[in-house]
Design a protein around this ligand. Structure first.
Ligand SMILES: *Cc1c(COP(=O)(O)O)cnc(C)c1O
Length: 495
């Protein structure tokens, strides 16, 4: 079946998958959604035993219908290769009778790698298919993590180059080292004398600068972004839900057809939305448990039906979930409104003008797939400690928000459905917080010393992603003023 994409806000035009990947966001500011959600073509009991790549193909061929079989398989092969430190790509592990789906075995040891690994290939293939000959320039401002994940994803991908700006002195030592040691002749990392907002607005201005765009075009380049609302990032995430279901069947934890609950540590709502699509495609899912940290805007939404961003922004130990506007929620709103772009648009308008919208009773009923939980910092740290003490398993702070939410959900409901906690980062990515939870006496100045201690305690080898930066050469040392960002782009591209 041919799947087309349209905007959640009502723009009349329909797009092919490859056009939607290139464009990222619809012209009216809406997000692209499939006109119909496809079903898996494979029976549930046939999924068991398949590799990650095979399952990724089974899922992606339903969404990216204008890509040929060969194109998609090539994208998948290039994405899920030995960049991952295990052939499984997304191993399902069982600790203390609880399943964890580990999505942190990619190059930057966090779950964004699952989607960012394939995005550059989906994008460059899309350009070829649409006879666009320019090279893509990915430009992004980062406060730490996304920049590195995008660098690792685009490094040495033909017909692309990537420029990352970060605030000088505004990211952690490890984050900075991860970026400035990035290899690849098509990569450029620049420290900016300013804060993250300065970097971000300068990048936005460059994206919209017509003169600069013309200059790029004249030299065979065009800007693109790698942000998380692109369908080229969203749908690859469906694959690991299907994969984990297959693994549960393989391990006889469930029979094909039995329901499973997924517990997802949520920020921008992309990861859990992928689980929702997996359910719509035919994976038997009981509840999707949306786990929030103290920024509990989503928890309140599931409780009350009102999404209200007018609140204090709290800095927590799970920074990738410190978000007050969950962009991908817009897709869910559109679907539960019965795919009604008018209803969605008016709610998104309320969000941008008043910071709040309320869904109708009918829409609220359609949220039965979801449960919301939130966990205060203290309980998050207790859960890390509990698993470490009970079975020696060390999880990161984001994963712990989900593990904690799962315990709360079980206590509340007595639901005995098999559940999978989605594990979004290696504990080594947040060593200081994790050590604080399991062994606070080891408070040391040096991050690498802490990492060695964590390895001693957890008996888990330090991941390559960390080892590599410990003695890697610094390859990027450009520091510039905010006003010089544009000229650093021009220099890098030799315009
Ligand atoms: C991005 C991120 C999340 C949140 O995922 P969303 O798709 O934005 O909901 C959770 N944990 C980690 C480690 C992340 O990097």
């Amino acid at each position: 079946m041919n799947v087309l994409y349209k905007s959640t806000r009502g723009e009349a035009q329909e797009y092919t998958a490859s056009q939607a990947v290139i464009q990222g966001l619809a012209n009216d500011g809406g997000l692209f959604v499939p006109t119909t959600i496809p079903k898996l073509s494979c029976e549930l009991d046939e999924l068991a035993g398949k590799s990650y790549q095979e399952i990724a193909y089974i899922v992606l061929k339903e969404f990216f219908t204008d890509y040929t079989e060969e194109e998609l398989k090539t994208c998948i092969e290039k994405a899920y290769d030995d960049k991952f430190d295990t052939k499984l790509c997304a191993p399902l592990v069982k600790k203390n009778d609880q399943y964890f789906l580990e999505l942190f075995h990619g190059p930057t040891i966090a779950f964004k790698d699952m989607a960012l690994s394939i995005l550059p290939h989906l994008l460059t293939t899309a350009l070829k298919k649409n006879n666009i000959n320019e090279k893509v320039v990915i430009m992004t401002a980062t406060s730490g993590d996304t920049g590195k994940a995008a660098l690792a994803a685009f490094a040495d991908v033909e017909n692309t180059c990537i420029i990352v700006f970060y605030p000088h002195g505004g990211v952690s030592k490890i984050q900075e080292l991860q970026m400035v040691t990035q290899k690849g002749s098509n990569t450029k990392v620049v420290a900016v004398k300013g804060n993250f907002d300065d970097c971000q607005s300068a990048v936005k201005n460059m994206f919209h600068d017509e003169k600069l765009k013309e200059k790029l075009l004249a030299n065979g380049y065009r800007f693109s972004s790698a942000n998380s609302i692109n369908i080229g990032r969203l749908f690859p995430q469906v694959a690991y839900y299907v994969y984990s279901y297959a693994k549960l069947v393989e391990d006889n934890a469930i029979k094909a057809g039995d329901a499973v609950n997924f517990v997802v540590p949520t920020g921008n709502f992309g990861n859990i939305l992928a689980a929702y699509y997996a359910k719509q495609m035919g994976i038997p899912v009981g509840k999707l448990i949306c786990a929030s940290n103290e920024n509990k805007v989503l928890y309140d939404f599931f409780e009350s039906g009102s999404y209200d961003r007018n609140r204090e922004f709290i800095l927590t130990s799970s920074p990738s979930m410190d978000i007050l506007i969950s962009s991908n929620l817009e897709r869910l709103i559109y679907h539960i409104a019965g795919n009604d772009a008018n209803v969605n648009s008016s709610m998104m308008k309320d969000l941008s003008t008043k910071g709040i919208y309320t869904i109708t009773e009918d829409m609220k009923k359609k949220l039965f797939d979801f449960d919301g939980e939130y966990s205060p910092e203290k309980e998050v740290f207790e859960v890390i400690k509990k698993y470490y003490e009970e079975c020696g398993y060390v999880m990161d702070t984001h994963t712990a928000v989900a593990a904690c939410g799962n315990l709360k959900y079980k206590e509340k409901t007595n639901d005995e459905t098999v559940s999978v906690v989605v594990s979004t980062a290696s504990p080594y990515k947040f060593t200081r917080s994790v050590m604080n939870a399991i062994a606070p006496e080891y408070e040391m100045e040096d991050d690498f010393e802490m990492i060695k201690e964590l390895s001693n305690l957890s008996k888990v080898a330090i991941p390559n992603a960390i080892k590599q930066i410990m003695d890697a050469k610094i390859l990027h040392d450009t520091v510039c003023k905010v006003e010089e960002m544009e000229s650093s782009v021009i220099d890098f591209l030799s315009l």
